[in-house]
Design a binder for this molecule. Structure first.
Ligand code: HOZ
Length: 427
């Protein structure tokens, strides 16, 4: 007998804070009951009540080949039969590292972690260890996981709940974090002119995906590279969302800007818990055991996760894979924009590769202030009308959406039709 989402949510709240293992999933921003998922296949997930949804969350990005792709499942099963974890090196780590470096050559050396949070936390420690400088720059609305120094004016769940800095972070832990405006070149230049020689690292989502989707402008990204080089600061691209998505070689390949360090997350593991930080060899050689910057993890390079990552990344290397995804995403965005035009600018949409933003504002935002003008109540009502029609978007007006290679044109057209129905006045 199927269980209801309501009953599961009630039971979950008796044992897990908010009933969820990560806050945005609790539907607090949009209201109502989260769907408890029992399985996924291709572009769809099914909830505990047996209802199917076209999924545009895709585990927050990594399922670029859709849910339970047969070759990924096969690779994972084979690896699992050989042992779940060793805490000792395996050849699969070398294979995946080599493959990543082939696709993203700026990762001259790289190390696996178990999550994107660990990757960004480690990259920052490394940048500080390498430069001997404590101060870092991040940008308002960008989210880099939940390490203390980065939970300042952050996006994603913090923005969703309107509390962009977390309690429990001692002032001392964040005192070296400078928060600047995303896409503001003049402010960046002024800051570097004043204290560039104290800045150890600048971390950025080149395409911000945690305040909805906001691409960095060419001028902004070029200024980041120029100033970091000029002042000897380490430029870190957080490609947890953009990696292998906005372009096969990530945002750095799309924009032609080479960061010093890069972080990747779950996409590297095809949805399994994995992260990576890597980059310039001279910087990476400061990591233990070669250098003095400590970083470790028993589950890092986990053999099952490596197998999933290898299988997934190999799928993305098929000719035309990214072009097909980008074309499909553009079809979805064009459909949303047509609705927006018909409804006097009620919504708009944009995409970069297979990441998209759906905005409850007449035009796509270019910075954090514009993001905040979104009609949140409008989004929340829309979210539920889409859910009722079997389309699962991220439960927040401030998260980007994702497509997989298994979303067909028919799926996309059905999504656009559902959106029109959800937005048009009943008549
Ligand atoms: N903060 C994540 C997306 N930006 C969501 C994590 C999750 O709930 O899985």
């Amino acid at each position: 007998m199927s269980k209801s989402n309501d009953a599961l949510f009630e039971r979950a709240q008796q044992v897990i804070p908010g009933g969820v293992s990560s806050p945005v999933r609790a539907f607090r921003a949009v209201g109502g009951t989260p769907r408890f998922i029992v399985r996924g296949e291709g572009p769809r997930v099914w909830d505990a009540e047996g209802k199917a949804y076209l999924d545009y969350v895709l585990s927050w990005g990594p399922l670029i080949a859709g849910h339970a792709h047969p070759s990924v499942v096969e690779a994972v099963s084979r690896a699992a039969r050989g042992g779940l974890s060793f805490g000792m090196p395996t050849e699969a780590e070398i294979e995946l590292a080599e493959l990543i470096r082939t696709v993203v050559p700026s990762l001259e050396r790289l190390r696996f972690t178990s999550s994107g949070t660990e990757a960004t936390m480690s990259a920052l420690r490394l940048a500080r260890g390498f430069t001997g400088r404590s101060r870092i720059i991040k940008f308002e609305g960008c989210y880099h996981g939940h390490a203390d120094a980065l939970l300042v004016k952050a996006g994603s769940g913090l923005l969703t709940f309107g509390n962009p800095s977390s309690a429990g972070v001692p002032a001392e832990a964040a005192q070296h974090t400078l928060v600047l405006d995303f896409n503001n070149v003049a402010q960046l230049e002024e800051t570097f002119a004043l204290e560039g020689d104290q800045i150890g690292a600048v971390i950025v989502e080149a395409v911000a995906g945690n305040m909805n989707l906001v691409p960095g402008s060419a001028a902004f990204l070029q200024a980041l590279r120029r100033l970091c080089s000029q002042y000897g600061s380490v430029l870190i691209f957080d490609e947890v969302m953009t990696g292998f998505r906005v372009h096969p070689g990530g945002a750095q390949a799309l924009y032609g800007i080479t960061p010093d360090l890069t972080t990747f997350g779950k996409v590297i593991g095809g949805g399994m818990p994995v992260g990576v930080f890597g980059g310039r060899k001279d910087i990476m050689q400061c990591v233990a055991p070669l250098g003095p910057v400590y970083q470790a993890g028993t589950l890092s390079g986990n053999p099952v996760a490596m197998a999933a990552g290898l299988a997934t990344l190999n799928l993305t290397l098929a000719p035309g894979f990214h072009e097909g995804l980008a074309r499909a995403t553009q079809r979805l965005v064009d459909g949303f924009n047509a609705i927006g035009r018909d409804l006097g600018g009620r919504i708009s949409a944009a995409c970069v590769g297979s990441m998209f933003g759906l905005y409850f504002s007449p035009t796509a935002p270019a910075d954090f202030a514009q993001v905040m003008t979104a009609d949140r109540d409008g989004f929340n009502a829309f979210f539920h009308r889409m859910l009722d029609q079997g389309v699962h978007l991220a439960p927040s007006a401030f998260e980007a959406g994702f497509l997989s290679s298994t979303h067909t044109d028919a799926d996309i057209d059905a999504t656009i039709a559902a959106a029109r129905k959800a937005l048009e006045p009943a008549g």
